[in-house]
Design a protein around this ligand. Structure first.
Ligand code: NAP
Length: 307
């Protein structure tokens, strides 16, 4: 089969770090164009808007949209309208309704829409899911604490409405939680907003399942020193720790599973799979929890944040 001719829109940090190497190593895809106001990729025809790119390069089959979520819907709409398959970076959009709209459009046009959740493809996530499926879970605690100055230097969009603030990394934890734990719903939340910003710097979330399983999540962007991306579950088979963003699984203190990181290569394998199968993969559960936190959460204003 000939490769899927791919274009990338929004050439920035995640494209350079992850998309380009993953595409280069996947024979199912051939990168044939980019659209970005400033960013370009060496040797690939570059355009400054998606409209100009779609007009000039009719052979594009699929488009990866990698700009910040607030600016993704318009581009996704244009690509789907033009009959292209679409890969959405996480989070898939700025609102639930706009992504539902895109899902309906993809169906109407007979093309594939992929709402990607890279952390679900972290090496030890499936092993954690299998471990939890074989026992009774008593409680779970999610600790996602990192230093925003280190990971997001000069990124203004994350602090603007729709940029999600600390939920930009926190939604990665939620994408794992919604994959390995039973269905949950939010029962209470406290969101901390820097007094000079429109999105939160920290969030404390309480969830439960219909059967009463308690789950507590703490997201914080003010963590210096050791960074924490851990999910701890107390179970009848002992304590399970899924650590380092889903990379390592330990049970009762003993490492039981780890493997090399390959999140984005796995995402592109999945995208090729759904394109070939003529299906879509759009799970909004992680974004729904974030929306619930904004809906139910108490707001606290904290010290102003300056880069
Ligand atoms: P970024 O570098 O700040 O933005 C990506 C590109 O989007 C920018 O280089 C810019 O390209 C374009 N862009 C920025 N603002 C725009 C606007 N107002 N309108 C249209 N285009 C705009 O961000 P990133 O870190 O790559 O993150 C992008 C997405 O990937 C986010 O949803 C993020 O959650 C996700 N992600 C990021 C990481 C990470 O480590 N950074 C990891 C996983 C997922 P031009 O100026 O050339 O248009």
């Amino acid at each position: 089969m000939s490769p899927i001719n791919l274009a990338i829109v929004g050439v920035g940090k995640i494209v350079r770090d992850q998309h380009l190497p993953s595409i280069a190593n996947n024979s199912d895809f051939k990168l044939i164009a980019t659209a970005s106001r400033h960013g370009t990729v060496d040797g690939i025809p570059a355009f400054t808007s998606i409209e100009a790119m779609l007009d000039a390069v009719p052979g594009i089959d699929a488009v990866s949209l990698c700009m910040p979520p607030q600016y993704r819907y318009e581009a996704a709409y244009k690509a789907l309208e033009a009959g292209k398959h679409v890969f959405l970076e996480k989070p898939p959009g700025a609102t639930l309704s706009e992504v539902a709209d895109l899902e309906a459009l993809a169906k109407a046009k007979g093309v594939s829409l992929f709402a990607s959740w890279h952390s679900r493809y972290a090496p030890a996530v499936e092993a954690a899911k299998a471990f939890l499926a074989g026992t009774t879970i008593k409680s779970a605690h999610v600790i996602w604490k990192e230093d925003v100055r280190h990971w997001h230097p000069n990124q203004e969009w994350i602090w603007q409405a729709g940029g999600l603030g600390v939920f930009d990394p926190g939604i990665n934890a939620l994408s794992i939680v919604t994959h390995i734990l039973p269905p949950l719903f939010l029962t209470g939340a406290v969101l901390e907003f820097p007094e000079n910003r429109d999105s939160p710097i920290a969030a404390d979330l309480q969830f439960k399942s219909g059967q009463g399983l308690p789950v507590h999540a703490e997201f914080d962007w003010r963590q210096t020193g050791k960074q924490s991306w851990d999910i701890v579950a107390e179970t009848e088979a002992g304590q399970m720790v899924l650590s380092e963003g889903g990379s390592k699984l330990s049970v009762n203190g003993a490492l039981t599973f780890t493997a090399p990181e390959a999140e984005y290569p796995s995402l592109y394998r999945r995208f090729a799979e759904i394109v070939k199968a003529g299906t879509s993969d759009v799970d909004l559960a992680p974004l729904r929890h974030v929306a619930d936190a904004f809906m139910l959460g108490k707001r606290k204003f904290v010290e102003a944040f300056h880069d």
